[in-house]
Design a protein around this ligand. Structure first.
Ligand code: SAH
Length: 678
């Protein structure tokens, strides 16, 4: 059987349905899953084990049999903990078939076949009774169904159902309770992920300011969670305006309601400023007394000794609908609204609706300005990066003349506006900002794919300047933006003979790195709290090698510290002044290892050469010290290719002095294949 997967073709920019082996989705899901990261999360595992032991003890002390329901068992880990802690029987429920199969194997290998029954169903499909999946209701409910936002993976409806149909009244729950915390902050950096800041352009005839339309100013944005590794956000990038407040708690040992609701806290700002952002995280108490606590609190809130790196649970950034000035000591009210799966926040100056609760609307935010649908948060950040804009302005100024006919190819780009102010006539598609800046008649939007461009679109003019950032929303890996090159090739017949292309070229760069933590997500675990989970390791390895070629994966490396073990190396160049060649572009070579450390993988990124002397890096921006710590472009994802075996060197002399590589850009598919030998 075959299955069809939607994917953007980097040579056409179009979404296509690609026929894949029926197991493709499974393998992608396993290979890119967070299971390894969870198994490496020692803090989580130890605390679950303590909580489960305590819950089994409490039930036994009451003279009852301990019957456990483990919803979302994954590898079977929490059920095995319960069985080891003396539980009489465990029902381990897992909806994802490959994982349920793995759980059966792991449970058997660890000798728990008689104590644990793996059920491959969604928990809401479980039947209870003499002939049911479960003989009787459980008196211990164990789950780990939380995401960074706590409720995004459907924990609330799952608990609601479980309390109604699957567990006894007064059951023990591990975790016992979850609590969501918030802190109000001002942060230009984070606010730039949500609103378009005015852009200043020094034009011939004075300074021009590109402003965002009022619809955008007042737009509540999109409800999707913004989850980040908040611990990588330096304290200089935000100002704390309030203490940490408890927003709400959920007691998992009692019936849970998933219906939409809201919670409100009163807070007194500790500092005056502009309230823009609500930072949020949660903790879980594994036992009723709260002595076994697992917290996601960021570095400025918790002691460093409690620190555990993890990627499966991070912290949330919520954007208030508008920025709101607040005064130190002057009370404000923060409301958290939630539906079954997500949360959003608003800030009010008075308690207002206190007597009239029906007034509080709990409708999820909907983007009214379109911009939040067109630009995701990193893209907002990129467009607001004044330094980057200056680079484009400077290079546009070099290439544009008053009679330039300029064509821009990039998604949701502001380059046409810049080009117009800098003196060109021109073309492209994205209305909103144009309207706010009264440019509808100056900038023409061509709603045609590059290969369908006709001379009538261009009013029979030839294009003298072709510009792109390049940026395309369908790009996953850095080199997918080379679609610009394909589009440039498609419009060749419309280009004048002395065409200027900006950027004139691009280059692919590569560097060998040691990750501080990111290696965990792809590293085998072996045993976890004494349980053999190698079956899971093998399964992940198998999925990673599914197509016999390992692939690079995108990660925003500003969130994942690493140090360089080699110099950055330019490996391929792409000349946009020429068309895409028929033959592929390949390179082989070796890169010397300069520092001791663990070679976890290679990082690859693109650099765009706007003109001969102005370049922009979408990857490495700096190696900040002699230890090799790297700084990355904060708006872009880089490509990470994890090596299948890690080489570790204590001293430089025992280093294999180089890593050899073969990197091939297939011009037919727009993809890059790579191979490394250590
Ligand atoms: N309990 C494991 C794995 C947690 S990951 C551990 O702690 O290591 C959560 C798992 O729950 C995923 O495998 C997911 O497929 C499964 N899941 C989520 N909701 C579920 C539900 N309502 N019923 C059954 N499985 C569920």
């Amino acid at each position: 059987m075959k299955t069809f997967c939607g994917r953007a073709n980097p040579t056409t920019g179009a979404m296509e349905w690609v026929e894949e082996d029926e197991n493709y989705d499974y393998h992608q899901e396993i290979a890119r899953s967070r299971y390894a990261d969870m198994l490496h999360d020692k803090d989580r595992n130890v605390k679950y084990y303590q909580g489960i032991r305590a819950a089994v003890c409490r039930v036994k002390e009451r003279g009852e049999k301990a019957i456990v329901l483990d919803i979302g068992t994954g590898t079977g880990l929490l059920s095995m903990m319960a069985a080891s802690a003396g539980a009489d029987f465990c029902y381990a429920v897992e909806v994802f078939k490959p994982m349920a199969n793995a759980a059966v194997k792991i449970v058997e290998k660890n000798g728990f076949r008689d104590k644990i029954k793996v059920i491959n169903k969604h928990s809401t499909e479980i039947t209870v009774g003499p002939d049911g999946d479960m003989r009787c209701r459980a008196n211990i409910l164990v789950t780990e169904l939380f995401d960074t936002e706590l409720i995004g993976e459907g924990a609330l409806p799952t608990y609601e159902h479980a309390h109604k149909y699957l567990v006894q009244e007064g059951c023990e729950a591990v975790p016992h309770r979850a609590t969501v915390y918030v802190q109000l902050v001002e942060s230009k950096r984070m606010w730039s992920w949500n609103k378009l800041f005015p852009i200043h352009v020094e034009a011939e005839d004075g300074e021009k300011i590109i402003v965002s339309p009022s619809e955008m100013e007042n737009c509540p944005g999109v409800p999707s969670v913004c989850d980040i590794q908040l611990n990588q956000m330096p304290s200089s990038d935000f100002t704390i305006l309030s203490d940490v407040m408890t927003m709400f708690s959920v007691d998992f040992s009692r019936p849970v309601r998933s219906a939409s609701t809201y919670y409100r806290v009163q807070l007194e700002p500790v500092k005056s400023g502009k309230a823009q952002i609500v930072l949020s995280w949660w903790d879980i108490d594994m036992d009723p007394s709260g002595t076994i606590n697992c917290t996601m609190a960021p570095y400025w809130v918790k002691s460093t000794s409690a620190f555990q790196w993890r990627d499966h649970w991070m912290q949330c950034v919520y954007f208030l609908p508008n920025e709101e000035p607040v005064l130190q000591g002057e009370k404000v009210y923060l409301t958290a609204c939630r539906d079954e799966y997500s949360l959003w926040y608003k800030l009010q100056k008075d308690s207002g609706a206190e007597e009239n609760k029906a007034d509080v609307r709990v409708e999820s935010p909907v983007c009214r300005c379109q911009a939040h649908l067109l630009w995701n948060r990193p893209r907002f950040g990129e467009l607001n990066d004044q330094h980057r804009t200056c680079q484009y302005i400077e290079s546009l100024r070099k290439v544009l003349k008053t009679d330039s006919v300029c064509l821009c190819i990039s998604d949701g780009s502001l380059l046409p506006v810049l080009a117009h102010y800098l003196g060109a006539k021109q073309v492209q598609y994205f209305f909103l900002v144009f309207k706010a800046n009264h440019l509808e008649d100056k900038i023409k939007i061509i709603e045609a794919r590059p290969e369908l461009l006709t001379s009538s679109h261009l009013e029979d003019k030839k294009i003298s300047v072709l510009v792109g950032e390049p940026f395309f929303t369908t790009s996953l890996l850095p080199w997918h933006n080379l679609y610009f090159w394909y589009a440039r090739t498609a419009v060749t017949s419309h280009l004048s003979s002395n065409i200027t292309v900006l950027p004139q070229s691009a280059s692919l760069h590569m560097m060998i790195v040691e990750f501080q933590d990111l290696w965990r997500i792809r590293s085998p675990c072996g045993t976890c709290e004494g349980f053999d989970v190698q079956t899971m390791d093998d399964m992940i390895k198998n999925s990673l090698n599914f197509r016999e070629s390992r692939e690079a994966e995108p990660h925003p490396l500003w969130e994942y510290p690493c140090k360089s073990l080699s110099d950055p190396q330019e490996v391929l160049t792409f000349d946009f002044r020429k068309t895409v060649p028929q033959h592929g572009l390949g390179t082989e070579g070796s890169v010397s290892l300069l520092r001791k450390g663990k070679s976890h993988g290679a990082v690859l990124w693109m650099e765009y050469h706007l003109t001969a002397d102005i370049s922009l890096s979408t990857g490495l921006t700096q190696i900040s010290n002699e230890k090799g710590n790297c700084e990355w472009n904060p708006h872009c994802k880089q490509a990470v290719y994890f090596f299948s075996s890690v080489i570790e060197s204590e001293t430089l002399s025992d280093l294999p002095s180089a890593v050899t590589y073969a990197i091939n850009f297939n011009t037919k598919t727009g993809e890059i294949a790579m191979d490394f030998k250590l």
